[in-house]
Write a protein that binds this ligand. Structure first.
Ligand SMILES: C[S@@+](CC[C@H](N)C(=O)[O-])C[C@H]1O[C@@H](n2cnc3c(N)ncnc32)[C@H](O)[C@@H]1O
Length: 238
């Protein structure tokens, strides 16, 4: 998907990008490729791949969820900024907080936000488990997103403690999300979440399956969660 096809596809989905926003995507691509020569950010370097598998894929969350209705978003394990930076470009009102445990990626994001002139973005080099215990962040975000970070039971323990009561946790997944959900159902319940919807679709041009899992934060997360950093992965709540 080349940039023109990407802009066209966004328009068809009701996301109208102006000249400034189109330029921001172009700068995002060139900055990503430049930095990727020094640090490992992505395995995708061809322009068409980045526009489809990173930019379009990140924005697919907005095909199912209304971003105009939320203000604060925390993106857990955003890596090179996915999905939250493409979302921030399209929805500039968002207050974006990114937490990632890899320092070099946070360094890249700081530079990227300057290159894109982004406002109201904050980057933390930390584990999501620590953020979830920190009173300044715990249960404070309208929306928590995560793409390609961990399986659903683990991800729920990282993300639901950060999600505000009555807020939403969106998990962006590939194929087999249905199986993951089944295994994660007890964890989601314990952590105060309720499975609201699962949207499944195929990515254009390459027909691979994607799922967006929407979880509603119905109740407060018990204090003991998240457990200490590393434990959610080591001993998943399954
Ligand atoms: C496979 S990458 C995906 C990056 C991005 N979300 C994407 O879709 O391209 C997973 C990222 O999650 C981060 N990560 C994994 N576990 C984490 C944790 N417990 N807390 C914070 N970041 C974490 C890693 O450092 C890595 O950058």
């Amino acid at each position: 998907m080349n940039p023109e096809q990407f802009f066209q596809a966004m328009q068809e989905k009701g996301i109208q990008l102006n000249v400034h926003q189109k330029e921001q995507f172009s700068i995002y691509f060139t900055t990503l490729i430049e930095w990727n020569e020094k640090i490992n950010l992505t395995g995708l370097t061809a322009e068409d791949d980045v526009y489809l598998k990173h930019f379009y894929d990140s924005l697919s969350a907005a095909f199912y969820f209304d971003f105009t209705k939320v203000q604060s978003v925390c993106d857990v394990g955003a890596g090179a900024g996915f999905p939250s930076i493409p979302l921030k470009i399209c929805y500039p009102h968002l207050q974006v907080t990114i937490v990632d445990s890899l320092k070099k990626r946070i360094g890249f994001l700081n530079q990227l936000s300057v290159a894109l002139s982004l406002e109201n973005v904050a980057f933390y080099h930390d584990r999501a488990e620590n953020m979830g215990k920190n009173a300044s962040f715990r249960e404070s975000f309208d929306l928590v997103t995560a793409r390609a970070v961990a399986r659903m039971s683990v991800l729920s323990e990282l993300c639901l403690p950060l999600t505000k009561k009555q807020g939403t946790f969106l998990a962006m997944k590939g194929a087999k999300a249905g199986e993951e959900i089944e295994l994660a159902k007890p964890a989601i319940e314990v952590l105060g979440g309720e499975l609201k919807q699962m949207h499944t679709f195929t990515l254009p041009h390459e027909d691979s399956e994607r799922s967006i899992i929407e979880i509603y934060k119905a109740r407060k997360t018990p204090k003991k969660y998240p457990r200490k950093a590393g434990l959610p992965n080591k001993e998943p709540m399954e």
